[in-house]
Design a protein around this ligand. Structure first.
Ligand SMILES: Cc1ncc(C[n+]2csc(CCOP(=O)(O)OP(=O)(O)O)c2C)c(N)n1
Ligand code: SF4
Ligand SMILES: [Mg+2]
Length: 346
């Protein structure tokens, strides 16, 4: 039997990259596998993708997926500024950033919030394990308040909620998932690929070496037992027709279904499970997250979605032609223009 291939005639194997050097069972490896499956299923052309990361076990992940894509492993917490530059220099690239809770929530929080505020078009994945895995498990900005770790004592500080930070900063696609829920994470990844603007995916990704005790909200046992998906989510590629019996309604209440059309004509269908949450309502998304924090609920799914707003390249009125493809004479002022400018200073 010939091997199974996708719309580009490629096998899933061809979307893989280097062999992982992370600890066996690390949640980050599940996410790399989910990115591989997403890209294979959607028939993504890897040459049009740039992978970006900072520093951390999570930030090593881009080495383990899409081996034919462009890649830039930056400095700790500085991936957002590199991503901003890369996506401005070549607006035709699809950017996939992988970061950690330390990389984004601790050292990189300022950079992250400005990336979101500027609406840099990219998928921004936080592999959130609630510790600094690479440097041996210190508390991060998303560690549980009151958590006790053998070598570091008690965490006295409240945790930051990265989806909440993203919504407040103006993010138009905000989701949370669990590395142990491969189907949901893959569907959200596919939807995020169709979004025009920053799409934040905060994926709880357990560190099996330093933060996997059942009472930690970032552990596998906790996630498996406490995950509350807000809805069943299905992604339909552009042109796909959903089964006929599915009646889509405008008003969203528990048990009903909404359809959210994405920028590229694909759409997602959300069927609420037991929560009355409309992801198109910003106030409701903020309230749901505040309540989840107070009650230690592990809610997953699409938390907030808004019609795409101008991306940074639009705001700066950049030409549609990627800057990297413009000839030098279009990028630089002519000698005559410079001479005339100089005259104004004389
Ligand atoms: C400027 C700078 N400060 C500190 C460090 C040390 N450092 C490396 S990775 C890291 C934290 C990584 O944590 P996280 O982003 O959560 O990734 P994880 O390893 O948990 O996946 C720290 C503090 C560094 N490399 N550079
Ligand atoms: S230390 Fe933790 S985060 Fe790092 S590879 Fe091991 S399990 Fe994963
Ligand atoms: Mg971490």
């Amino acid at each position: 039997m010939p091997p199974k291939t996708n719309s580009l005639g490629l096998e899933r194997e061809e979307y893989k990259a280097a062999k992982s050097t992370l600890c066996p069972g690390c949640g980050h490896d599940s996410i790399a596998n989910q990115i591989i499956s997403m890209a294979y299923d959607l028939g993504i052309n890897q040459h049009n993708v740039i992978k970006l990361s900072g520093i951390g076990c999570s930030s090593k992940s881009p080495a383990y997926f899409l081996g034919r894509a462009h890649s830039f492993n930056s400095v700790h917490g500085r991936m957002p500024s590199v991503a901003t530059g890369a996506t401005l220099a070549n607006r035709s690239l699809t950017a996939i950033g992988v970061s950690g809770d330390g990389d984004t929530g601790s050292i990189g929080l300022g950079q992250f919030k400005h990336l979101v505020r500027r609406n840099v078009p990219m998928i921004y994945i936080v592999e959130n394990n609630g510790v600094y895995g690479l440097t041996k498990g210190q508390f991060s900005a998303t560690s549980d308040e009151g958590q006790v770790l053998k070598y570091y004592g008690k965490n006295e500080l409240p945790a930051l909620d990265l989806p909440l930070e993203a919504i407040i900063a103006g993010c138009t696609f905000v989701a949370r998932s669990f590395s142990g829920d491969a189907k949901q994470a893959q569907t959200l990844l596919k939807a995020a690929m169709s979004h025009r603007g920053t799409a934040l995916l905060d994926i709880i990704s357990p560190c099996v070496t330093f933060n996997n005790a059942p009472e930690s909200t970032k552990s596998y046992p906790y996630g498996k037992e406490h995950e509350i998906p807000l809805h069943e989510i299905t992604y339909y590629e552009r042109g796909a027709v959903p089964p006929r019996e599915e009646i889509l309604v405008d008003e969203y209440a528990a048990g009903e279904v909404i359809e959210v059309e994405m920028h590229d004509g694909s759409f997602i269908k959300l069927k609420s499970v037991d929560k009355d949450h409309d992801p198109r309502n910003r106030e409701s998304a903020i309230k749901v997250l505040e309540k989840a924090t107070m009650e230690q609920q592990f809610l997953t799914g699409l938390l907030y979605y808004e019609e795409p707003r101008a991306t940074l390249a639009d705001t700066l009125h950049l030409t549609e032609t990627p800057l990297v493809h413009l000839p030098a004479e279009k990028l630089r002022p002519s000698q005559a223009a410079l001479d005339s400018l100089m005259k104004d200073f004389m």
